[in-house]
Design a protein around this ligand. Sequence first.
Ligand code: S3P
Ligand code: PEP
Length: 445
Amino acid sequence: MHTTEPRPMSARKSDALSGRARVPGDKSISHRALMFGGLAAGETRITGLLEGEDVLRTGEAMKAMGATIEKRGDEWIAHGTGNGALLEPREPLDFGNAGTGVRLTMGLVGSYDMTTRFIGDASLSKRPMGRVLDPLKEMGLQVLSAEPGDRLPITLRGPKHAAPITYRVPMPSAQVKSAVLLAALNTSGVSTVIEPVATRDHTEKMLAGFGAALEVETDGEGVRHIRIEGQPKLIGQTIAVPADPSSAAFPLVAALIVPGSDVVIESMLMNPTRTGLVTTLMEMGADIEILERRNEGGEDVADLRVRGSELKGVTVPEDRAPSMIDEYPVLAVAASFAEGDTLMQGLEELRVKESDRLSAVAEGLKANGVDCEEGEASLRVTGRPGGKGLGGGTVQTHLDHRIAMSFLVMGLASEKSVTIDDQAMIATSFPDFTALMTRLGAKLD
Ligand SMILES: O=C(O)C1=C[C@@H](OP(=O)(O)O)[C@@H](O)[C@H](O)C1
Ligand SMILES: C=C(OP(=O)(O)O)C(=O)O
């Protein structure tokens, strides 16, 4: 539980940003690296792990279930229990602010004949867990206790022998897809996840890398069928975690909206299931050069050179949402400095993140003089090139790291400063945000 006094922070209009920056490791890949390393037989060595609170809690959970995980120099070393051999945790597993951690771990333990209790902070305790419990119940899981609306705290009891399923994921969610695939690991037989709308594919790629028999087929309608054979032998791997595009989004948008900036973002993950923001910003006229595209540890990465740009408003295609789902708050900030209107649609999933991001963004924009219109699942932002008249407000972050960082970016190019009510949650995904941005020339205090 986050109980300390709130620590506000302000961002002031800054001179041109410059320099090179490497943002921390990808959060999605980091969670999975500790989870699969903690499960696989033998040793997993991880470099570039995101040492944010969300990911560290996943490590603690795996330790509570029998894995050994420790840091040696720059490397994290995991010795796993072996697939099928997780132990019943003695204490509740506390996932803090992390949706990915709790939902993937529910999948992982959902097919084990043991009792596990899950808890989290005030934000996580408001988020719906039924989306992962529904398929897991079809595999034999019992929900021993839950708060109304399938909210945390939740106690689960897995079956003696889980049954394989075929499950069509009803909303675009990599967390739901992954929970089913992870439950299938300890279930004999073949399970199939049908994914009508493609979402980030890290679970599929990494499980295959650890030795799972997993096949992905995309049919004529673009629907993905992921088949996984239960009870594979998983073997420890060496993993280099690329820089997180969802974190890179903050210095990237900052460099675009602060006139005269010239920043290089190094080794950013370019997996196409994650690059929707870069595509959208380029359509808005952003000066982004993609340099040295290369493959590192099975993922495409590149350096991005970003210069201050005059942006124009666009309509973002709805089907791009899964590839930039966590980047809408900072896109809305970019749109606030663009010529004309930017329309974002298909945003229903934003309502169930660390906060209701659609309303948190709209409120924050309005508090800082931006004209915007919030729909059920859409947002229209009318930009003010040069940030004329923008700023001067305080933003409620609602325990949401992305709201906090997005509005600090806004303050760097607004006429008046922008204040956020609390900076504490930034540490969940980007612990060195303030230091890195300050090095580039951002005025944060
Ligand atoms: O699988 C993952 O690592 C994630 C999936 C997304 O959530 P949903 O599956 O709820 O869309 C994303 O918002 C989250 O930050 C990370
Ligand atoms: C939605 C996010 O994370 P999670 O669901 O893991 O809390 C995020 O990091 O923006």
